[in-house]
Design a protein around this ligand. Structure first.
Ligand SMILES: [Zn+2]
Length: 332
């Protein structure tokens, strides 16, 4: 699973490579094999992992965890994947450092989602990197932007960002389709490795289909409508795929206390729809959802939007299953 200790997965050196994520493998070497191995391990790490087969393979750059998860599955040991999104930090509208722009210029493949990261789109056009660019909207149908998307509302960026909802990875079948395309593109870039990419993508596709079937079964076991209230409407693709109904807490600043008027409106929705839970996103302040929950007498619970990987022990599939479990629990 995506992890810094995985051969072939190489993140950029500091500052792109958070030291905290590298620490566990260093510790493992120190305690397990002794100083010589530790020194070797550190040298390999410092050199960007040039001890493995990925170093001379193509480089893929992505800007969120969902994309890095599928890109790493397809890459295996035969390509390196760089994720610009840092764990726990909102990847919407990320700013690029000079080093990151330089890395983009050297990349063999840059996978982007429209209306998500304008700085990456700008670098691609200003540096003429179109040949390396894979826009996911060319292979999967993106949904229109949700009216209540927490990042865009009340800013003029909405127009600039266009009209689609970027959070497509919450539908595992769409992620599998993007994986197939990454495989096809990598196979053209490094034709001697195309069999590896094809086999990896096939395995990833099968695993995502299994995840999809399991989620469908779990959601189908709940009768009737499946509404859920969330502070960040990042789950439209999940809702569409599995017949759920996402209700955004629109008109509420994620960092500020909601108005009494808005609280009353939300209470009405919760009463009407017989909801037990208000969900909030893991990367935002839970204050608003907790206030809502306290004021309208329902539970506050987290949904992980998978924009970054919040724990190295919990991968995409595990988070999808956990989100499903929490949603099902809110209706039963
Ligand atoms: Zn988002």
């Amino acid at each position: 699973m995506p992890d810094d200790s995985r051969p072939g997965h190489v993140t950029l050196p500091s500052p792109l490579h958070p030291a905290s994520r590298r620490a566990p493998s260093r510790r493992g070497l120190l305690t397990g094999v002794g100083l010589t191995a530790a020194a070797l391990g550190l040298a390999a790490c410092g050199a960007g992992g040039k001890d493995d087969g990925g170093s001379d393979g193509p480089t893929v750059i992505v800007g969120c965890y969902g994309l890095s998860y599928i890109a790493e599955l397809v890459a295996g040991d035969a390509a390196r994947v760089v994720n610009l999104a840092k764990p726990g930090i909102d990847p919407h509208d990320l700013e690029l450092s000079v080093a990151e722009v330089a890395e983009l210029e050297k990349a063999d493949l840059i996978v982007t989602i429209p209306a998500f990261q304008a700085s990456v789109d700008d670098a691609i056009s200003s540096k003429g990197l179109q040949d390396a660019h894979l826009d996911v909207s060319t292979v999967v149908d993106l949904l229109p932007a949700a009216g209540g998307h927490g990042h865009d509302e009340e800013t003029e960026e909405t127009e600039e960002h266009g009209a689609n909802d970027p959070h497509f990875w919450n539908d595992p079948t769409l992620l599998a389709t993007v994986g197939d395309e990454i495989s096809a593109r990598l196979g053209k870039i490094a034709s001697d490795r195309s069999d590896t990419f094809t086999a990896n993508a096939k395995q990833a596709h099968e695993d995502l289909d299994t995840l999809d079937a399991d989620l469908a079964k779990a959601f189908d076991e709940v009768d009737g409508p499946k509404p859920f209230v969330t502070s960040h409407t990042a789950f439209a693709y999940l809702a569409k795929r599995y017949g759920l109904e996402q209700i955004g807490i629109t008109g509420i600043d994620p960092e500020a206390e909601p108005s009494p008027k808005r609280l009353l409106q939300l209470r009405d929705v919760i009463d009407e729809r017989d909801l037990t839970t208000v969900f909030f996103e893991t990367t935002a302040s839970p204050k608003v959802a907790e206030t809502l929950a306290k004021n309208v007498g329902v539970e506050a619970e987290e949904l992980d939007n998978l924009e970054t990987q919040l724990s190295p022990d919990t991968d995409y599939a595990a988070v999808m299953r956990e989100n499903c479990k929490k949603l099902v629990a809110s209706w039963t």
